[in-house]
Design a protein around this ligand. Sequence first.
Ligand code: TMP
Length: 232
Amino acid sequence: MLVYEGKAKRVFSTDDDQVYRIEYKDEVTAGNGAKKDAMAGKGRLNNMITSRFFELLTEAGYESHFIKRLSETEQLVKKVDIIPLEVVVRNIAAGSITKRLGFIKGEAFKAPLIEFYYKKDELNDPIVTDDHVKLLGIADDADIAELKRQALNINNKLVDIMNRMNLDLVDFKIEFGKDKDGNILLADEISPDTCRIWEKDTKENFDKDVYREDTGSLIDTYTNFYNKMEAL
Ligand code: TMP
């Protein structure tokens, strides 16, 4: 049964009430749905790439919602209640932070920066402080500390993986959920849709910016990224 349909994925219940099946769609959006296109093969690429990232994180000892990849476009995950925050980690200035705070694109930060955005389409996912997160009743101090701890751990591992592919992980967005016991688990996806990735030497984009900025073929870009990942 369909439980939830988002912009890029559909979530289905399974025979096991603690397990969901996620199906990746052949759809791409940017700017909170302002730009939208059907794109054959995109669901497969994002599912294959996300599944591989989750497998690598599992091998490195990070627990997540991921159970296994089921097919080229589907995966099985643990059921969690998604915490309505987009957790963004930034290593290098790009995207919205260059516009909001005037950082120069490409400037490396001394330490990774963590930001929270409130997942609320009607409000356009505004950036929020820890105090807003508490006031909105989304998370308490302990949860906020745990989200930040896990986000930094995940950043370290993802930076390692990208370095081995001669890529810089500029920034990325992750989401977390709580399982039935209240444990905070990494959920959602990790793919070129949710990461900003630059080739170290040429600074070429390996991410959704090629679609956002109309600078290249999304399918070719994600295929190149997946091939690099497979060669690890
Ligand atoms: P930003 O520079 O637009 O704030 O994006 C930071 C990172 O978060 C970038 O890697 C893209 C990712 N992201 C998403 O995955 N979903 C979103 O809705 C937004 C705004 C950003």
